[in-house]
Design a binder for this molecule. Structure first.
Ligand SMILES: Nc1nc2c(ncn2[C@@H]2O[C@H](COP(=O)(O)OP(=O)(O)OP(=O)(O)O)[C@@H](O)[C@H]2O)c(=O)[nH]1
Ligand SMILES: [Mg+2]
Ligand SMILES: [Zn+2]
Length: 293
């Protein structure tokens, strides 16, 4: 039986890509019995007598899975923030980074709408970019309008499953369109009264771009840290992870403890203040979460 990749799940059907052909399939009852739900990104075994009456019969083991957006086997996340409209938001960027690091997915940072910034805003952004690059992140500054961006990403997407994530209106669909002029993903002006996007993209679908599969998503609709336990948070910040073994106390959470190497690095300017203050905010957020039982 053939193998394929689920590229879209809609109204009870799974669309399975196999050898450049898409088969419309249903799930076999067996998934429900095993409490398995096929996801976009699942590699599957299926049978199909024709293009519209197939059945997914088996799911291959997953590398990882995200709940919102629902997608499996993600290799990397293109975290998208705009330089302007909506305004650059480092805290939101760090929120996405924490969620992506938590799932052990490689993040790539895209800063869009660079055509809109003035000199002063450019300097602020350059400063952040330098810091994020120091942490080892790949950061790209982009203009999606009237510019081809494909030359920057020829190797990046190839043979991988990527998701593009970010607030509504930052230009995710526009960016994907800029990689391939034949793509015509729907985009929309951000609302002038609210200054934010309209959630134009509504379902998750993998699209073939530059030799890889990319999911344009409606943004990570849920950006809460419900799955993350307090002890896991330091591991989601690369610089904290790097210094934590030097702290005096083994269970140091790098907030109130004495002889904390993270706070020393902060005082020496080796850790960016902004990042640390976001760490503390996220720490408080998780700490004040109601217990789940
Ligand atoms: N000036 C400028 N405008 C951009 C750029 N990228 C996107 N836009 C505009 O920003 C608006 C929102 O872009 P979309 O691509 O729809 O944003 P999105 O992130 O896909 O939004 P959702 O689908 O709602 O999550 C559109 O009007 C785009 O034309 C850019 O680099 N420069
Ligand atoms: Mg979109
Ligand atoms: Zn510490």
């Amino acid at each position: 039986m053939p193998e394929g990749l689920i590229i879209k799940a809609l109204s009870g059907f799974y669309y399975v890509l196999s050898d450049e052909i898409i088969y419309q399939c249903k799930g076999r009852g067996l998934f429900r019995k095993k409490k398995q739900t096929p996801l976009v990104g699942d590699y599957v075994i299926f049978e199909a007598a024709n293009l519209t009456d197939g059945y997914v019969t088996e799911l291959m083991p997953r590398k990882n899975e995200l709940v919102r957006p629902p997608i499996a086997n993600v290799d990397q996340a293109l975290i998208t923030v705009s330089a302007k409209k909506p305004p650059f938001n480092a805290k939101l960027l760090d929120r996405f980074l924490v969620l992506v690091e938590f799932h052990k997915i490689e993040p790539i940072i895209l800063i869009t709408k660079m055509d809109l910034v003035n000199k002063e805003e450019q300097e602020t952004i350059d400063n952040y970019v330098e810091n994020y690059r120091k942490l080892g992140y790949r950061v790209e500054l982009l203009t999606n309008k009237g510019t081809a961006n494909s030359h920057l990403f020829t190797e990046l997407l190839k043979d991988k499953i990527s998701v593009i994530a970010g607030q509504s209106g930052v230009g995710k669909s526009s960016f994907l369109n800029s990689l391939n002029p034949e793509l015509t993903l729907e985009t929309a002006e951000i609302s002038s009264s609210l200054g934010r996007g309209k959630h134009t993209t509504r379902h998750v679908e993998l699209i073939e771009i530059l030799g890889g599969m990319v999911a344009d998503t409606p943004g990570f609709s849920s950006l809460d840290f419900n799955q993350i336990e307090l002890e896991q948070l330091p591991f989601c910040f690369r610089e904290i992870k790097q210094y934590r073994s030097l702290c005096k106390f083994r269970g140091c959470m790098h907030v109130n403890e004495p002889k904390c190497a993270v706070k020393e690095a902060l005082a020496n300017g080796e850790i960016m203040e902004d990042r640390y203050s976001h760490y503390v905010e996220f720490y408080q957020e998780i700490k004040s979460r109601k217990p789940r039982y």
